[in-house]
Design a protein around this ligand. Structure first.
Ligand SMILES: Nc1ncnc2c1ncn2[C@@H]1O[C@H](COP(=O)(O)OP(=O)(O)OP(=O)(O)O)[C@@H](O)[C@H]1O
Ligand SMILES: [Mg+2]
Length: 220
């Protein structure tokens, strides 16, 4: 990943933050059905209630490449080769960063992305691709200021996933992906939150982590 500047002081008079317009980029990661969308939306609402300008976005993105991925990669019974998955997600990510994330950050907004580069490292890494290569093809991905991992055991997500069809629903896949995510927690790339609790407890912890981080940045 390149060393772009995705973090900085946030414009928020109400919260008493310094008046300097530079955005903050946050991503929420986790297994399928771990609660990413639920908690990314709740985080955006909670930040807005506190006077921050925050937006929700997701990967695959809402752009043309993201739409292609949903149709030809995710909505199939059989997985496409993992190299193809990795390359498509990396291209969509550049499109997402350039068209949506960077413009919002330049307007001083907090951008909350539901999945980001760690999903590629975890899913395509679990599928057998080398971490180094996945990092290389994602070199243009702007590094987030904060990356939160909603941790839910594989058995729990598989139970939640049975209610819908998914190419990723198998327990062994989810277990391997969770191991890959936990390596990213161990090396300090991701901050874990126990997602196997009532929704309100999880979202409270996510908000606390983000507000503490914003406060520490406000001091710089
Ligand atoms: N803490 C929780 N306890 C129980 N159920 C939860 C919790 N958080 C989310 N859920 C439920 O789990 C399901 C999946 O949640 P959600 O769609 O937010 O997950 P996701 O990680 O975004 O999934 P996907 O990877 O498929 O986009 C939903 O039915 C949601 O209501
Ligand atoms: Mg989701």
């Amino acid at each position: 990943m390149s060393n772009g500047n995705a973090v900085g002081n946030i414009f928020c008079e109400k919260a008493g933050c310094p008046v300097k317009k530079r955005g903050m980029f946050i991503c929420i990661e986790g297994l399928d059905a771990s609660g990413k969308t639920t908690h990314a939306h709740r985080l955006v609402r909670n930040l807005q209630k506190r006077g921050f300008e925050a937006i929700y976005t997701t990967e695959p993105s809402a752009g043309e490449i993201g739409k292609f991925i949903r149709k030809y990669v995710l909505q199939r019974r059989k997985r496409v080769p993992s190299v193809v998955e990795a390359l498509l997600f990396a291209v969509d990510r550049v499109d997402h960063v350039e068209k949506k994330i960077k413009p919002a950050l330049q307007e001083g907004k907090i951008v909350v992305s539901d999945r980001y580069v760690y999903s590629s490292l975890a899913y395509q890494g679990a599928a057998g691709l080398e971490t180094k290569w996945i990092e290389e093809i994602n070199e243009l991905a702007l590094p987030p200021g904060l990356a939160i991992y909603i941790d839910v055991p594989a058995e729990v997500v598989v139970r939640r996933l049975r209610r819908r069809r998914s190419v990723m629903e198998r327990l062994e896949i989810q277990r391997k992906v969770r191991e890959a995510y936990m390596r990213l927690v161990k090396n300090g790339s991701l901050i874990p939150v126990d997602g196997n609790r009532p929704r309100d407890e999880v979202s409270k912890d996510v908000l606390t982590i983000v507000l503490d981080f914003l406060k520490s940045w406000g001091k710089h």
